[in-house]
Design a binder for this molecule. Sequence first.
Ligand SMILES: [Ca+2]
Ligand SMILES: [Ca+2]
Ligand SMILES: [Ca+2]
Ligand SMILES: [Ca+2]
Length: 327
Amino acid sequence: MKLLFILPVLLLVQNKVLKNDKDLPQLEPGFKIEADGKPIVLSIGHAAPFVIDYDGDGIKDLVAGEFDDGRARIYLNTGTNKAPKFKNFTYLQAGGEDAKVPPFCCIGFDPSFADLNGDGITDVISGQFSGGFINFYEGTGKHPMQFKKGVKLAQPELEHGLAPGNQTWLMRTANFIDFDSDGDYDLVWGNAEGAVMYTENIGTQTAYKFAKTVPLNAEGKPVAAGSKSDPLPVDWDGDGIMDLLVGTESSGIMFFRGKAKNSRDFYPGVSVWPTGEKEPYPGYRVRLATNDWNEDGKLDLLVGNCEETMIDDQRATIGNVYVFLRK
Ligand SMILES: [Ca+2]
Ligand SMILES: [Ca+2]
Ligand SMILES: [Ca+2]
Ligand SMILES: [Ca+2]
Protein backbone atom coordinates (compact mmCIF):
# COMPACT_ATOMS: atom_id res chain seq x y z
CA MET A 1 0.00 0.00 0.00
CA LYS A 2 2.78 2.33 1.02
CA LEU A 3 4.77 1.38 -2.11
CA LEU A 4 1.89 2.22 -4.43
CA PHE A 5 1.67 5.63 -2.87
CA ILE A 6 5.38 6.38 -3.23
CA LEU A 7 5.94 4.97 -6.72
CA PRO A 8 4.29 7.73 -8.79
CA VAL A 9 6.36 10.35 -6.92
CA LEU A 10 9.57 8.50 -7.72
CA LEU A 11 8.63 8.22 -11.39
CA LEU A 12 7.93 11.92 -11.53
CA VAL A 13 11.36 12.72 -10.11
CA GLN A 14 13.14 10.25 -12.41
CA ASN A 15 11.46 11.73 -15.47
CA LYS A 16 13.39 14.91 -14.82
CA VAL A 17 16.65 13.17 -15.66
CA LEU A 18 17.41 13.42 -19.35
CA LYS A 19 16.86 9.87 -20.55
CA ASN A 20 17.45 10.34 -24.24
CA ASP A 21 17.75 12.92 -26.96
CA LYS A 22 14.05 13.56 -27.28
CA ASP A 23 14.18 15.15 -23.84
CA LEU A 24 16.59 17.77 -25.17
CA PRO A 25 15.29 21.11 -26.42
CA GLN A 26 15.50 20.67 -30.21
CA LEU A 27 17.39 23.22 -32.29
CA GLU A 28 17.31 24.15 -35.97
CA PRO A 29 20.56 24.18 -37.97
CA GLY A 30 22.49 27.34 -37.09
CA PHE A 31 23.41 30.46 -39.01
CA LYS A 32 26.06 33.12 -38.53
CA ILE A 33 24.86 36.58 -37.56
CA GLU A 34 25.64 39.00 -40.37
CA ALA A 35 26.23 42.71 -40.65
CA ASP A 36 25.89 44.46 -44.00
CA GLY A 37 25.36 41.07 -45.66
CA LYS A 38 28.55 39.45 -44.35
CA PRO A 39 29.13 37.31 -41.25
CA ILE A 40 30.31 39.28 -38.26
CA VAL A 41 33.98 38.42 -37.65
CA LEU A 42 35.39 39.13 -34.20
CA SER A 43 39.07 39.96 -34.20
CA ILE A 44 41.29 37.29 -32.56
CA GLY A 45 38.08 35.44 -31.75
CA HIS A 46 36.72 34.64 -28.30
CA ALA A 47 33.40 36.02 -29.49
CA ALA A 48 31.19 36.64 -26.47
CA PRO A 49 27.60 37.57 -27.40
CA PHE A 50 24.96 39.34 -25.30
CA VAL A 51 21.54 40.53 -26.50
CA ILE A 52 20.15 43.76 -25.04
CA ASP A 53 18.27 46.87 -26.17
CA TYR A 54 21.35 49.07 -26.20
CA ASP A 55 19.88 52.32 -27.54
CA GLY A 56 16.53 52.11 -25.74
CA ASP A 57 14.31 52.09 -28.84
CA GLY A 58 12.48 48.92 -27.79
CA ILE A 59 14.38 46.79 -30.32
CA LYS A 60 17.06 44.38 -29.17
CA ASP A 61 20.66 44.90 -30.24
CA LEU A 62 23.73 42.69 -30.26
CA VAL A 63 26.82 43.17 -28.12
CA ALA A 64 29.80 41.00 -29.03
CA GLY A 65 32.96 40.96 -26.95
CA GLU A 66 36.24 40.18 -28.70
CA PHE A 67 39.81 39.39 -27.73
CA ASP A 68 41.59 42.05 -29.78
CA ASP A 69 42.27 44.97 -27.40
CA GLY A 70 39.72 43.46 -24.98
CA ARG A 71 36.85 45.47 -26.42
CA ALA A 72 33.15 44.89 -27.06
CA ARG A 73 31.37 45.72 -30.30
CA ILE A 74 27.86 47.16 -30.37
CA TYR A 75 25.73 46.22 -33.36
CA LEU A 76 22.51 48.26 -33.34
CA ASN A 77 19.54 46.45 -34.83
CA THR A 78 18.26 48.23 -37.94
CA GLY A 79 15.57 45.56 -38.41
CA THR A 80 12.94 44.40 -35.97
CA ASN A 81 12.78 42.20 -32.89
CA LYS A 82 11.39 39.39 -35.05
CA ALA A 83 13.95 39.79 -37.83
CA PRO A 84 17.12 41.47 -36.53
CA LYS A 85 19.38 43.19 -39.09
CA PHE A 86 22.76 44.76 -38.51
CA LYS A 87 24.89 47.14 -40.50
CA ASN A 88 28.01 48.28 -38.71
CA PHE A 89 29.34 48.56 -35.20
CA THR A 90 30.83 50.93 -32.66
CA TYR A 91 32.84 49.97 -29.58
CA LEU A 92 31.27 50.02 -26.14
CA GLN A 93 32.20 53.30 -24.46
CA ALA A 94 33.23 53.85 -20.85
CA GLY A 95 34.58 57.12 -19.47
CA GLY A 96 34.47 58.63 -22.96
CA GLU A 97 36.69 56.00 -24.57
CA ASP A 98 36.57 52.38 -25.71
CA ALA A 99 36.05 50.12 -22.71
CA LYS A 100 38.90 47.61 -22.52
CA VAL A 101 39.69 44.66 -20.31
CA PRO A 102 43.18 43.14 -20.35
CA PRO A 103 42.87 40.35 -22.94
CA PHE A 104 44.96 37.30 -22.16
CA CYS A 105 45.15 33.63 -23.03
CA CYS A 106 41.52 32.73 -23.54
CA ILE A 107 39.27 35.63 -22.66
CA GLY A 108 38.72 39.13 -24.01
CA PHE A 109 35.70 41.30 -23.22
CA ASP A 110 33.01 38.93 -21.97
CA PRO A 111 29.98 41.16 -21.33
CA SER A 112 27.31 40.62 -18.72
CA PHE A 113 24.68 43.37 -18.42
CA ALA A 114 22.95 43.83 -15.07
CA ASP A 115 21.91 46.72 -12.82
CA LEU A 116 24.36 45.56 -10.18
CA ASN A 117 24.04 48.65 -7.98
CA GLY A 118 20.26 48.81 -8.24
CA ASP A 119 19.91 52.45 -9.36
CA GLY A 120 17.61 51.49 -12.22
CA ILE A 121 20.38 51.90 -14.81
CA THR A 122 21.97 48.93 -16.53
CA ASP A 123 25.67 48.39 -15.83
CA VAL A 124 28.10 46.13 -17.67
CA ILE A 125 30.59 43.73 -16.20
CA SER A 126 33.36 41.57 -17.65
CA GLY A 127 35.72 39.12 -16.04
CA GLN A 128 39.32 38.74 -17.17
CA PHE A 129 42.07 36.16 -17.15
CA SER A 130 44.39 37.21 -14.35
CA GLY A 131 43.74 37.41 -10.65
CA GLY A 132 40.03 36.70 -10.76
CA PHE A 133 39.30 40.38 -11.24
CA ILE A 134 35.92 41.57 -12.42
CA ASN A 135 35.68 44.81 -14.35
CA PHE A 136 32.63 46.91 -13.50
CA TYR A 137 31.38 49.74 -15.69
CA GLU A 138 28.57 51.72 -14.10
CA GLY A 139 25.81 52.82 -16.47
CA THR A 140 25.09 56.57 -16.74
CA GLY A 141 21.50 56.30 -17.98
CA LYS A 142 22.23 57.81 -21.40
CA HIS A 143 20.89 56.37 -24.67
CA PRO A 144 22.62 54.70 -26.38
CA MET A 145 24.18 53.26 -23.25
CA GLN A 146 27.25 54.97 -21.85
CA PHE A 147 29.33 53.83 -18.92
CA LYS A 148 31.70 55.34 -16.39
CA LYS A 149 35.37 54.42 -16.48
CA GLY A 150 35.83 50.81 -15.43
CA VAL A 151 36.81 49.81 -11.90
CA LYS A 152 37.65 46.43 -10.44
CA LEU A 153 34.81 45.25 -8.19
CA ALA A 154 35.90 46.12 -4.66
CA GLN A 155 34.92 42.99 -2.79
CA PRO A 156 37.42 40.79 -0.97
CA GLU A 157 35.82 37.65 -2.40
CA LEU A 158 36.40 38.98 -5.90
CA GLU A 159 39.99 40.05 -5.44
CA HIS A 160 41.91 36.87 -4.90
CA GLY A 161 45.42 37.05 -6.20
CA LEU A 162 47.08 34.63 -8.51
CA ALA A 163 48.07 31.73 -6.30
CA PRO A 164 50.78 29.52 -7.84
CA GLY A 165 49.31 26.31 -9.16
CA ASN A 166 45.77 27.39 -8.42
CA GLN A 167 43.72 27.87 -11.54
CA THR A 168 40.53 28.69 -9.68
CA TRP A 169 40.86 32.43 -10.23
CA LEU A 170 42.17 32.24 -13.80
CA MET A 171 39.91 33.22 -16.67
CA ARG A 172 36.90 34.34 -14.72
CA THR A 173 33.87 34.20 -17.04
CA ALA A 174 31.42 36.16 -14.95
CA ASN A 175 27.66 36.19 -15.42
CA PHE A 176 25.44 38.23 -13.15
CA ILE A 177 21.97 36.85 -12.57
CA ASP A 178 19.49 36.66 -9.70
CA PHE A 179 20.29 33.00 -9.10
CA ASP A 180 18.41 32.64 -5.79
CA SER A 181 15.43 34.81 -6.80
CA ASP A 182 15.76 37.26 -3.89
CA GLY A 183 15.87 40.42 -6.01
CA ASP A 184 19.62 41.04 -6.21
CA TYR A 185 22.23 39.96 -8.73
CA ASP A 186 24.42 37.01 -7.85
CA LEU A 187 27.52 35.89 -9.67
CA VAL A 188 27.89 32.60 -11.53
CA TRP A 189 31.30 32.12 -13.09
CA GLY A 190 33.54 29.68 -14.87
CA ASN A 191 37.31 29.44 -15.00
CA ALA A 192 40.35 27.88 -16.63
CA GLU A 193 39.90 24.57 -14.84
CA GLY A 194 36.32 24.17 -16.04
CA ALA A 195 34.52 24.64 -12.74
CA VAL A 196 31.22 26.44 -12.26
CA MET A 197 31.25 28.68 -9.22
CA TYR A 198 28.54 30.59 -7.39
CA THR A 199 29.10 33.76 -5.41
CA GLU A 200 25.86 34.79 -3.73
CA ASN A 201 25.01 38.44 -3.26
CA ILE A 202 24.22 38.68 0.46
CA GLY A 203 23.88 42.45 0.33
CA THR A 204 20.85 44.31 -0.89
CA GLN A 205 19.56 45.33 -4.28
CA THR A 206 21.39 48.67 -4.03
CA ALA A 207 24.46 47.65 -1.98
CA TYR A 208 25.97 44.44 -3.21
CA LYS A 209 28.09 42.31 -0.92
CA PHE A 210 29.33 38.90 -1.91
CA ALA A 211 29.44 35.74 0.15
CA LYS A 212 32.16 33.12 0.08
CA THR A 213 32.25 31.34 -3.27
CA VAL A 214 30.94 27.79 -3.49
CA PRO A 215 30.78 25.41 -6.46
CA LEU A 216 27.58 24.53 -8.27
CA ASN A 217 27.06 20.79 -8.19
CA ALA A 218 25.81 17.97 -10.37
CA GLU A 219 24.50 15.09 -8.24
CA GLY A 220 26.28 16.53 -5.22
CA LYS A 221 29.71 16.84 -6.83
CA PRO A 222 31.19 20.08 -8.21
CA VAL A 223 30.37 20.57 -11.87
CA ALA A 224 33.40 19.71 -14.00
CA ALA A 225 33.09 20.94 -17.58
CA GLY A 226 36.49 20.03 -19.00
CA SER A 227 38.38 23.31 -19.04
CA LYS A 228 37.69 26.98 -19.67
CA SER A 229 34.03 26.96 -18.72
CA ASP A 230 31.53 29.70 -19.49
CA PRO A 231 28.37 28.98 -17.51
CA LEU A 232 25.03 30.57 -18.36
CA PRO A 233 22.24 30.06 -15.83
CA VAL A 234 18.94 30.00 -17.71
CA ASP A 235 15.70 28.01 -17.70
CA TRP A 236 16.67 26.24 -20.94
CA ASP A 237 13.89 23.65 -20.93
CA GLY A 238 11.20 26.09 -19.80
CA ASP A 239 9.98 24.13 -16.76
CA GLY A 240 10.29 27.12 -14.43
CA ILE A 241 13.51 25.86 -12.83
CA MET A 242 16.86 27.39 -13.63
CA ASP A 243 19.24 25.17 -15.61
CA LEU A 244 22.87 25.63 -16.52
CA LEU A 245 24.30 25.81 -20.02
CA VAL A 246 28.08 25.62 -19.97
CA GLY A 247 30.32 26.48 -22.90
CA THR A 248 33.65 24.66 -22.85
CA GLU A 249 37.14 24.71 -24.32
CA SER A 250 36.49 21.69 -26.54
CA SER A 251 33.60 23.50 -28.30
CA GLY A 252 30.95 21.39 -26.60
CA ILE A 253 28.02 22.89 -24.74
CA MET A 254 26.78 21.09 -21.64
CA PHE A 255 23.21 21.26 -20.35
CA PHE A 256 22.70 20.66 -16.64
CA ARG A 257 18.99 20.45 -15.92
CA GLY A 258 17.96 22.22 -12.72
CA LYS A 259 16.57 20.06 -9.93
CA ALA A 260 14.57 22.57 -7.93
CA LYS A 261 14.13 26.30 -7.41
CA ASN A 262 17.15 27.89 -5.70
CA SER A 263 19.00 24.57 -5.61
CA ARG A 264 22.75 24.51 -6.20
CA ASP A 265 22.47 20.89 -7.31
CA PHE A 266 21.78 19.95 -10.93
CA TYR A 267 21.22 16.74 -12.85
CA PRO A 268 24.29 15.33 -14.67
CA GLY A 269 25.41 17.34 -17.68
CA VAL A 270 24.64 16.21 -21.22
CA SER A 271 25.52 17.77 -24.56
CA VAL A 272 22.92 20.18 -25.95
CA TRP A 273 23.46 18.44 -29.28
CA PRO A 274 21.88 15.01 -29.87
CA THR A 275 24.06 11.97 -29.22
CA GLY A 276 26.70 11.38 -31.88
CA GLU A 277 26.17 14.78 -33.46
CA LYS A 278 29.21 16.99 -33.83
CA GLU A 279 28.94 20.62 -32.75
CA PRO A 280 27.46 22.49 -35.72
CA TYR A 281 30.23 25.10 -35.81
CA PRO A 282 34.01 24.96 -36.08
CA GLY A 283 36.53 25.98 -33.47
CA TYR A 284 36.60 25.89 -29.71
CA ARG A 285 36.20 27.93 -26.50
CA VAL A 286 32.54 28.80 -26.89
CA ARG A 287 30.72 31.63 -25.10
CA LEU A 288 26.94 31.57 -24.81
CA ALA A 289 23.87 33.75 -24.71
CA THR A 290 20.18 32.98 -24.96
CA ASN A 291 17.41 35.10 -26.42
CA ASP A 292 14.15 34.57 -28.27
CA TRP A 293 15.90 35.67 -31.47
CA ASN A 294 12.89 35.33 -33.81
CA GLU A 295 10.23 36.28 -31.21
CA ASP A 296 8.23 33.08 -31.58
CA GLY A 297 7.96 32.60 -27.81
CA LYS A 298 10.78 30.03 -27.69
CA LEU A 299 14.23 30.68 -26.27
CA ASP A 300 17.06 30.36 -28.80
CA LEU A 301 20.81 29.83 -28.38
CA LEU A 302 23.63 32.17 -29.44
CA VAL A 303 27.15 30.76 -29.61
CA GLY A 304 30.34 32.77 -29.96
CA ASN A 305 33.41 30.76 -30.98
CA CYS A 306 37.11 30.96 -31.60
CA GLU A 307 38.50 29.48 -34.79
CA GLU A 308 41.91 29.21 -36.42
CA THR A 309 42.29 30.67 -39.88
CA MET A 310 44.87 32.32 -42.16
CA ILE A 311 44.91 36.09 -42.60
CA ASP A 312 47.53 37.42 -45.07
CA ASP A 313 49.40 34.09 -44.88
CA GLN A 314 49.62 34.36 -41.10
CA ARG A 315 47.95 32.03 -38.66
CA ALA A 316 45.24 33.91 -36.84
CA THR A 317 42.10 33.31 -34.81
CA ILE A 318 38.67 34.79 -35.44
CA GLY A 319 35.24 34.38 -33.95
CA ASN A 320 31.70 34.30 -35.29
CA VAL A 321 28.36 34.42 -33.55
CA TYR A 322 25.93 31.64 -34.45
CA VAL A 323 22.19 31.50 -33.79
CA PHE A 324 20.38 28.21 -33.21
CA LEU A 325 16.63 28.69 -33.28
CA ARG A 326 14.49 26.43 -31.14
CA LYS A 327 12.25 24.09 -33.12
CA1 LIG B 1 23.25 50.55 -12.26
CA1 LIG C 1 20.03 37.05 -5.63
CA1 LIG D 1 14.66 24.27 -16.30
CA1 LIG E 1 12.75 31.72 -30.79
